[in-house]
Ligand binder design. Sequence first.
Ligand code: SAM
Length: 248
Amino acid sequence: MINNRNKDYTNIKMNNKQTDFVKKVFSEVPTTYERTNHVLTLGFDTIWRKKTAKIAASHGGTEWVDMCTGTGEMAAYLSRLAPQGTNVSAVDLSSEMMAEASKKLEAENIKFFEADVKDLPFEDGSIDLITISFATRNINLNKKALVKSFSEFRRVLKQGGRFVNLETSQPPSYMIRKLFHLFVKLFVKQVGSRISGSINGYLYLSKTIPKFYTAKELADIMYQAGFQHITFKRLLFGVAAIHQGTKL
Ligand SMILES: C[S@@+](CC[C@H](N)C(=O)[O-])C[C@H]1O[C@@H](n2cnc3c(N)ncnc32)[C@H](O)[C@@H]1O
């Protein structure tokens, strides 16, 4: 049964073609999404989300938000780590993905918002911590658009608030990068679509991975959005990276 207790679904206008496309893609995969990721990453996605949640939770504060939460894995890890008195929220465009998130045990401690992260339902300077995992690629691949979205994150963060981003990246080694892209080309679409039944979904996901930014480029995008003290940590030869930035 789906737990609707803490949902505060803020309906938004869907007038953007790309947003509609992303919404459609993710409406097709919620029940198989986590299993597919675990198979495709050999379980590394879970290790990386837990690591990111631990880093994020260490910054303290009482208002934490996981953006593009999907099936809510990161929000669930945050909620396990949250000290008493901390409010954990989760935002996503897809009610189908969040319906899956609502089935998690931790969901009763998470407040869900159906919203576009480009137009957040939070006051200026009201949030201590923002996390996002494996979704920055889906917001927009265009640099200008990403700067704009990250600026929206910055708007809602308090001064001193932290933004922690986990995303696929580009290994600095040419050979490893080529092997990684080959793996994505051969497996993500085929295996992803077979497990999930969504051919379009995993075709789209497999195409965005090789096009995404290097760790340094993403750090620069965060900087252009106004974040400071930006650091990043590459994971597994750089196939993924955890970025952190602060609103000063
Ligand atoms: C690849 S999933 C990642 C889910 C989850 N964060 C994880 O770690 O697995 C991308 C999610 O981002 C959501 N999404 C994409 N663009 C969005 C936007 N502009 N606003 C809100 N959610 C968005 C999708 O609906 C989807 O649930």
